[in-house]
Design a protein around this ligand. Structure first.
Ligand code: 5MM
Length: 343
């Protein structure tokens, strides 16, 4: 892929009113999701669920790309069409998760380092032949007593930059994901501080490894209080703090920024994105979504592992995709939720 093609892919990923559907749950994570609907996590059930998500009629109006897991990238729809082909036929960009997970960070209790650099050049070359246009790597930063450490942030952003370089060398757009977790009891101010440290270190690492920012998409967390914090910021404050943090730390030449949902309620994740876009029409980059749980949860529950529920599950997914598409334009209204399930 030439530089122009990389740029075109990155721009298409954040096309106006479109976002990314993250369906790259690793095998242990999808098992956790299936446990909630009492469904066995076997190869066929995982394939059937991803089939439902990938072939959702009308989804391509709101979705520019999907992030797949290695197993999914090699699977096919019920009619035999490979998933990658089914995406291409709908004008949706196939993406692939290439990290091999966040593991305990040596000598740093409670912190994680994402692994997967060994052999990555060869894996990326294969993913490219299988049709992947972009690749995602997620670093996990926890907030707690005396954490995150400088060492943890530095190790993770260094790995993100190395993966981004290998992607660009292969002709694949890197979607770099530093996720500051929202599970603890920290305030929104502390989340701002940690997100700022992380993003600032990330862009230094990308710069020092000569990564072309015009060919990178940032996937990040919103600036938000931890779930256990007694004081939860309102929608306006989350939107304001998130935009302020991004403006202070993300270079303008980046083609786009997408958010993870991180365990937020689906409707709240949509409302936050909407307020950011409604109040800030002149940002240097498009702000969009790359949610996993906040797009899939209602769909997964509606499906429940039963073929008969396919249409209602797909409709639930389409509804969330449409609401978030509107949020990219600042045109979402929570009243639309009363139509829940009716895209
Ligand atoms: C879909 O979940 C992704 C995979 O997670 P694991 O590697 O832990 O199985 C995850 O990376 C996801 O893409 C992002 O965290 C966004 O998902 P949420 O649910 O936070 O929007």
């Amino acid at each position: 892929m030439s530089a122009a093609e990389l740029e075109a892919t990155a721009t298409a990923m954040v096309a106006k009113g479109k976002g990314i559907l993250a369906i790259d749950e690793s095998t242990p994570t999808i098992k956790k999701r299936f446990d909630t609907i009492n469904l066995e996590s076997n190869v066929e059930n995982r394939r059937a669920y991803r089939d439902l998500l990938i072939t959702n009629p009308g989804g391509n109006e709101f979705i520019s790309g999907m992030i797949l897991y290695d197993e999914t990238l090699r699977q096919s729809c019920s009619d035999g069409t490979p998933f990658v082909q089914a995406l291409v036929d709908q004008g949706i960009l196939p993406g692939i998760k290439v990290d091999t997970g966040a593991k305990a960070f040596a000598l740093h209790t409670g912190e994680k380092i994402t692994e997967g650099l060994d052999g990555l050049r060869d894996r990326l070359a294969e993913y490219k032949t299988l049709g992947a246009k972009f690749a995602k790597w997620r670093a996990v930063i926890s907030i707690g007593e005396n954490i995150p450490s400088h060492a943890c942030i530095e190790a993770n952003v260094h790995a993100l930059a190395r993966y981004a370089g290998l992607c660009q060398e292969t002709g694949i757009v890197p979607m770099v994901e530093p996720e500051v977790l929202m599970d603890a009891d920290n305030t929104i101010e502390r989340c701002y501080e940690v997100t700022e440290m992380t993003l600032s270190a990330l862009f230094k690492a990308l710069d020092s490894q000569d990564i072309t920012l015009a060919h990178v998409i940032l996937k990040t967390n919103m600036v938000i209080a931890g779930k256990q914090c007694p004081i939860q910021a309102d929608v306006q404050e989350v939107a304001d703090q998130t935009v302020r943090c991004l403006l202070n730390n993300v270079p303008a030449e980046l083609p786009g920024i997408v958010f993870l949902s991180g365990g937020q309620r689906a409707e709240l994740a949509t409302a936050h994105l909407n307020t950011m876009n409604a109040n800030n029409p002149d940002l240097p980059w498009p702000l969009s979504f790359s949610y996993g749980r906040a797009l899939q949860e209602t769909c997964l529950n509606a499906w429940g592992g039963k073929k008969d529920n396919l249409a209602v599950a797909q409709n639930a997914l389409l509804h969330r995709e449409k609401c978030n598409s509107l949020a990219c334009r600042g045109a979402y209204n929570p009243d639309m939720e009363t139509l829940s399930g009716n895209a």
